[in-house]
Design a protein around this ligand. Structure first.
Ligand SMILES: C[S@@+](CC[C@H](N)C(=O)[O-])C[C@H]1O[C@@H](n2cnc3c(N)ncnc32)[C@H](O)[C@@H]1O
Length: 243
């Protein structure tokens, strides 16, 4: 029996579906105005959305005049809801695990990803696939949970088997799998430092041109006071790069 993807777990999917961005789309995502400002003109562009979820961005890109938008996601439930929303002939959704992604070379002008890459184990491989799939001067624009948030699992130490204190689960510099309670129990994400993420892109051959450590604005906090605690620590890392 295959293990369902995180977003196909009924408990997690139900909680995720209640988030403002799940109910109201791009305009309910505080980082969207900044991310949108990092995008090239989409008219006539061929776009791939990696971890497209409910497909909000795919449909928006098509409405901006994109020639073709391919939305990829591993979750059946997410894709089912994406497909249930208004169809656009320029948008195609496809079920796919990004860990095993294969894309044709030079086939896209923009690779976009919003808040999916912190679930990826082999980001080196995926970066290479994306790089090869972009046409010359093609753009990569993505958001990822900021490393300052993926680093800690809980404060303090855990006891090693020999009784010694072991720190890695709460360490910024120790990278790898973190299991947290976010919307549901046992949610696995992959922590990488800011340096690792940027170096990985540069090593792959990307020219990194924009790096934004996003914190909500005062106006956004006034409108949604629950974001108050996000003022002092960047919530998301937004990156723009070109091939
Ligand atoms: C936080 S949601 C973001 C959805 C959408 N990009 C957005 O911003 O609204 C993360 C998405 O990444 C997808 N995802 C996670 N791991 C994946 C993988 N290995 N392959 C493909 N999609 C994955 C999830 O199924 C989920 O739809």
């Amino acid at each position: 029996m295959t293990v369902p993807s995180l977003y196909d777990r009924p408990d997690f999917f139900a909680a995720y579906s209640r988030l403002p961005r799940s109910l109201h789309g791009l305009d309910a995502a505080p980082e969207w105005p900044v991310l949108r400002g990092m995008l090239p003109d989409l008219r006539g562009r061929r776009i791939v959305d990696l971890g497209c979820g409910f497909g909000w961005f795919c449909r928006w890109a098509a409405a901006q005049g994109a020639a073709r938008v391919l939305g990829l996601d591993v979750s059946e439930r997410m894709l089912a809801r994406a497909a249930a929303d208004a169809a656009d002939p320029a948008v195609e959704y496809r079920q796919c695990d990004l860990e095993a992604l294969v894309l044709p070379e030079g086939a896209f002008d923009l690779a976009y990803s919003s808040l999916a890459l912190h679930y990826i184990v082999d980001l080196d491989r995926l970066a290479g696939v994306i790089h090869r799939a972009l046409a010359p001067n093609g753009r990569l624009v993505f958001s990822i949970e900021h490393p300052i948030h993926t680093a800690p699992i809980r404060p303090g130490w855990i006891e090693g088997e020999d009784g010694r204190r072991v720190w890695p689960l709460n360490s910024y510099s120790v990278e790898g799998r973190r299991v947290t309670d976010w919307l549901a129990a046992d949610v696995a994400k992959y922590h990488r430092t800011l340096g690792t993420i940027l170096t990985l892109l540069l090593r792959t051959g990307f020219h990194v041109s924009q790096v934004v450590e996003f914190c909500p604005t005062e106006a956004q906090i006034a409108a949604r006071p629950e974001m108050e605690e996000e003022r002092d620590k960047p919530t998301f890392l937004l990156v723009g790069a070109s091939r």
